[in-house]
Design a protein around this ligand. Structure first.
Ligand code: AMP
Length: 217
């Protein structure tokens, strides 16, 4: 199975799409944001270093991220393919990732770019609620994505919370930083011939259908 890198601004729906693809294809799912939030919640040394940067909508240093990635892609659930959600975010991270793959004898796979309008992303992020226990993502105002019982996770019954960095002000900073630092990756992967474009639709099923098409083509 092809490894997948998602290249998408915050709130483009890569987390939700990853959940759907993991269910369909059995991929390992690697979200650097989730890995970092776990470290923060567990109050590890790494988490303490990352917390302030994340709250400010800033990037966490490459050494930390690369170490998390190396530990994760060598786990058994990633043997038959994995989805990278939130990494690489800069050209330097992409180059370091290429070196890591070479060292580990692993394939790059394909890169899927999810195109989303900034205003739509802001609205989505500000109404997004997540389960701190199992990581499932909901949206207060979406018919498709709202929890069955308000404020409670459908899967595990935990109380849903809003991410600390999903306030409008922080979100706009994250969106703009993403565009500035990550868009050069679009050209980087386009030149390698591995880039596939899809659109973020209002319905997650439409976005999913497009993703399946480019994965299977
Ligand atoms: P995300 O959940 O992907 O939106 O990530 C949340 C936050 O984690 C980001 O705003 C960054 O502070 C940090 N982060 C996640 N992935 C990376 C990465 N690849 N490089 C640097 N910082 C990251």
């Amino acid at each position: 199975m092809k490894n997948i890198i998602f290249l998408a601004p915050p709130a483009a729906g890569k987390g939700t799409l990853s959940e759907m693809l993991v269910e369909k294809y059995g991929y390992g799912h690697i979200s650097t944001g989730d890995l970092l939030r776990e470290e923060v919640a567990a109050k590890t040394e790494l988490g303490k270093k990352a917390e302030g940067l994340m709250k400010a909508g800033k990037f966490v240093p490459d050494e930390i991220i690369l170490k998390l990635i190396e530990n994760r892609i060598t786990k058994p659930d990633c043997e038959n393919g994995y989805i990278l959600d939130g990494f690489p975010r800069t050209k330097i991270q992409a180059e370091k990732y290429d070196e890591l793959l070479k060292d580990l004898g692993k394939e790059l796979g394909i890169v899927i770019y999810i195109d989303i309008d900034k205003q739509m992303a802001i609205e989505r992020a500000c109404s997004r609620i997540t389960c701190p226990n199992c990581g499932r993502i909901f949206n207060k105002y979406s018919v498709e994505m709202k929890p069955k019982v308000e404020g409670i996770c459908d899967d595990c019954g935990a109380k849903l919370t809003q991410r600390a960095d999903d306030t409008e002000e922080t979100f706009i900073k994250r969106f703009d930083e993403y565009m500035e630092k990550t868009m050069p990756l679009y050209d980087y992967y386009n030149k390698k011939g591995v880039l596939k474009n899809i659109k973020a639709y209002v319905s997650k099923y439409d976005t999913f259908a497009e993703a399946v098409k480019v994965i299977e083509e």
